[in-house]
Design a protein around this ligand. Structure first.
Ligand code: MN
Length: 571
């Protein structure tokens, strides 16, 4: 693509002369630098940074981010020095490119290197959200062109995408990106399941689309009578991977229970039109009780806004309908990016950091990084997966602030996430007005009040209750300072369970569930991936009274893909 075509695309997306003047030198430099270099597909390499930068531009982020996207591989693949970029393009763009460049080649290899590059990315995420947005767009294009790589590489990259990049996009509210990443990774990680899903959905999808298409004029005519003019009515097939996950989790693989392969989405000018449209639809088709959701008046904790309803259409067929404004729609697709854009609009030099409470965890990451600076890479990665990418629980402080925690978190985690001093002085906890034990598993929507006492101190038991590494780190450092026999209580034996299993998505979660079901608290998890295909997961735990370890052994052996389990005492 030449500059003229590229410029035209950017103008269509709303970029102005100033922006283009800033982007053009980066475009030319990238083109010159990548001359002669080829992608695995055989295409000129420059097609990649161009595609990534256009993806970034579609999120309407600033010119520096687009320039950085164009330049994101010049250091890595052509050895351009960051210093040179600084001279040519200034500190901001050089910083972004530096953060996007993987660790030095000689320093790390294989998995270690991948982990190090992730670690770098997370560090940058806390500093400047644009880095991660560009990185996600980079991953998206790499996934789109994954078929050209060797099978072994394909599998690893696709798995990493499912386990880290898709959840990351999800946590950033970039749901559209998340769904695309998952659908691209699906056939590589679960080839047989993917094939099966394709044959199952093909016929029904076409049918449902046709059905909804026929309803469009009917709905439009009704809306017109109420003088509502929708900006757009679209039918969207649900994403394949998300349907498959639903099948596994909720529907016992019974495909007939999936009723909503295709959903109708109506985009309107303002909130009033949204509510009027909902009224018109309910006059036209009978709504299913309990399926009407007003996420405009009460947005989801992750910020999602929309009206949802499910109605019986002609022939008694169920139709899922989403009603929202254009702004809500963009926010749902672009997430943090849309948010960042709206916030920084008009105040160009404004800080690039986020102040929104929804994204408070982005700032938590910075503390988290510091806390883990001494630990090994594999450990960091497995802790990261638990702390940030496990399913989330949103609990509330008495003032209504949202505290975002991983599933299984307890009041101890909550207290430390509010403030380390509150954690250190915690004497008890009330959930929804009732006293609960320290081991209580928090649920979304729980209102949590932490009781404190001046001379209360953490004890090593607390390590059993704390599930997040932030809380554990605080407790440990307190115990260390106090010289309190960390990490073991006297007389309490500690065991390790080493499970060797063929790596797959959800493995860690399945293991955690076994421990949870037996009521055993995991003290720590480590990952040993010397054998890439069959990594070892190591769990540390105190045995539960009256429960022989053989029970745990048997239960762990029954987890899918597990080859061997060994349990022994740690001296
Ligand atoms: Mn790249």
């Amino acid at each position: 693509m030449n500059w003229e075509d590229y410029e035209k695309k950017l103008r269509e997306l709303g970029y102005k002369n100033d922006d283009l003047a800033a982007i053009k030198p980066a475009f030319e430099f990238a083109q010159k630098t990548h001359t002669g270099e080829k992608r695995a597909s055989g295409e000129p390499y420059i097609t990649h940074p161009i595609a990534v930068s256009l993806n970034v531009a579609s999120l309407k982020i600033d010119a520096s981010a687009i320039a950085a996207a164009l330049l994101h591989d010049v250091v890595e693949s052509q050895g351009v020095k960051i210093e040179e970029l600084k001279k040519r393009f200034g500190g901001e763009i050089a910083f972004l490119v530096g953060a996007l460049t993987k660790a030095e080649r000689v320093q790390y290899r294989g998995v270690e290197r991948a982990v190090e590059s992730l670690r770098k990315m997370f560090l940058a995420l806390a500093e400047d959200i644009r880095v991660v947005i560009i990185k996600l767009m980079d991953r998206l294009h790499n996934m789109e062109t994954l078929s050209y790589l060797l099978p072994e590489k394909q599998k690893r990259i696709a798995l990493e995408t499912l386990e880290l990049y898709a959840p990351l996009a999800d946590r950033l509210g970039m749901w559209e990106v998340k769904a695309r990443l998952e659908d691209l990774a699906f056939p590589y990680v679960y080839p047989d399941e993917h094939k099966w899903m394709l044959t199952q959905t093909k016929h029904r999808k076409d049918e449902e689309e046709k059905y909804l298409k026929n309803l469009k004029p009917v709905l439009e005519a009704e809306l017109k009578k109420d003088s509502v003019e929708p900006l757009q009515i679209i039918y969207r097939a649900k994403h394949l991977y998300s349907i498959w996950k639903k099948l596994v989790k909720k529907y016992e693989m019974n495909f007939d229970r999936i009723t909503d392969l295709v959903a109708m989405r109506i985009i309107l000018k303002n909130n009033e039109d949204c509510y009027r449209t909902l009224g018109v639809i309910h006059k036209l088709w009978r709504p299913i009780p309990g399926k009407i959701k007003d996420y405009i008046a009460l947005p989801k904790t992750n910020g999602y806004r929309s009206l949802h309803t499910t109605v019986f259409g002609p022939d008694g067929k169920k139709i899922d309908i989403q009603i929202r404004t254009k702004e809500m729609d963009e926010e749902a697709e672009h997430g943090i990016a849309a948010h960042w854009f709206y916030e920084s609009e008009g105040k160009k030099s404004a800080t690039k950091k986020l102040d929104d409470r929804r994204f408070a965890w982005v700032r938590q990451l910075q503390d988290w990084q510091k806390a883990h600076s001494g630990t090994s890479h594999a450990e960091t990665l497995s802790a990261l997966k638990i702390d940030f990418f496990k399913d989330r629980v949103f609990a509330l402080t008495p003032k209504g602030d949202v505290i975002d925690l991983p599933e299984g978190a307890t009041p101890v985690d909550f207290a430390y996430h509010v403030h380390s001093e509150i954690g250190n002085r915690m004497s008890g906890a009330k959930v929804n007005g009732k006293m609960v034990p320290f081991s209580y598993s928090l649920k979304s929507g729980d209102s949590v009040e932490i009781l404190t006492q001046k001379n209360k101190k953490p004890t090593s038991d607390w390590l059993d209750f704390a599930k997040t590494s932030i809380a554990r780190q605080h407790i440990r450092s307190y115990l260390k300072k106090a010289g309190a026999g960390y990490p073991l209580k006297k007389g309490k034996e500690k065991f390790e369970a080493v499970a060797t299993a063929r790596d797959r998505v959800g493995l860690l979660k399945d293991f955690s569930e076994v421990f949870a079901k037996l009521g055993i608290n995991i003290l720590d998890v480590k990952l040993d991936s010397k054998n890439k295909l069959y990594p070892k997961t190591i769990f540390y735990f105190h045995p539960k009274k009256g429960l022989p370890n053989s029970k745990l052994l048997m239960a762990l052996k029954q987890v899918k893909n597990v080859e061997a389990v060994v349990i022994k005492e740690v001296k």
